[in-house]
Design a protein around this ligand. Sequence first.
Ligand SMILES: [Zn+2]
Length: 383
Amino acid sequence: MTFDLILRNARVIDPGQGLDEVHDVAFTGGKVAAIGKSLPGEAREAKDLTGYILTPGLIDLHTHVYWGGTSLGIDAEDFARTTAVTTAVDTGSAGPGNYPGFRKHVIEPSAVRILAYLHVSFAGIYGFSKRIMVGESHDPRLLAAREAVEVAHSDPKNIIGIKVRIGRHASGPTGIDPLVVALQVADETALPVMCHIDEPPPSYEAVVDMLRPGDVLTHCYRPFPNSPLTGDGEVKPALLAARERGVYFDIGHGMGSFSWKTARGMMDKGFPPDVISSDVHALCIDGPAYDQVTTMSKFMPLGMSLYDIVRASTEIPARALRRPGLGSLKPGTEGDASILSVRQGDFALEDVLGEVVKVKERLFAEGCIIDGKWFHQSEGLQS
Ligand SMILES: [Zn+2]
């Protein structure tokens, strides 16, 4: 058989198939066609990836890519070039009042796959910039349950869940009430919720207690206040109960939500994140979050294996999205793949409080395949 593209001799890490070994992966007609050792067959294009890591297309479960339509948006295609993300999940940049523009002007023209959690607040995250910061959940008049249901039903291909932001900054005077509305929309549409948590009130426990199996709590490793740990370093019991019933815990690094202290405490207590995501937006893309491979690299000195780090950006987020065609290199799935390298050197990784951890190795993005075609190759790969 003749494949469109074959990538040979990469270290393939595909936790969805329990795989971490040197394999070839072939693509045809936009899908993964075959995977195995020394695959027989011809290909229109073949590339030797000896020394590189090949993973299912990375999913960044928390991004803001409504570029131009919201002040916090970044360009998804530029982002994919620097970080090998093939699926950028936008979390609530748009609400029902401005989602059609996001779909028409950003999602549909994009080569990078974009999926969306639709915000329950009418205009999404509309007031987020360096000098203007207005929480979109402050005013209950903006909580748009009926409109969110209509818009979610209008685009099941791209809308995979409902977003809401809760905390002193995002919801302020309305407290936890916007989550009540988001959960009703989620129930009515049979979609999961992704809930953001910032400073109290309300408490981390009050928020996580309301989440259902399949819902996502983002910013799970945030610093005090509303840290997931108690003052004496124990994981708060509400988190253990939530994990037990199937709530996903997502990093959502951003500019305020990843602290080394919290991360060390949580990893020491055996509570790794389910999903690693960057929460990249206009105010954190130049640090401290930067991108998805930098966020993933922060889990290497925390003792998480590369296999589990890749799992937290492929298999598990695909499950949270309910998209079995993503996050895997099984034949027949979407033809998305990411090429990474681990490089040695002197690197500094900062958290949102300014603590810097010096490391001797980290991940780099080398390229990605989307729909079975090259989307980007680093200079090293082209030579
Ligand atoms: Zn965010």
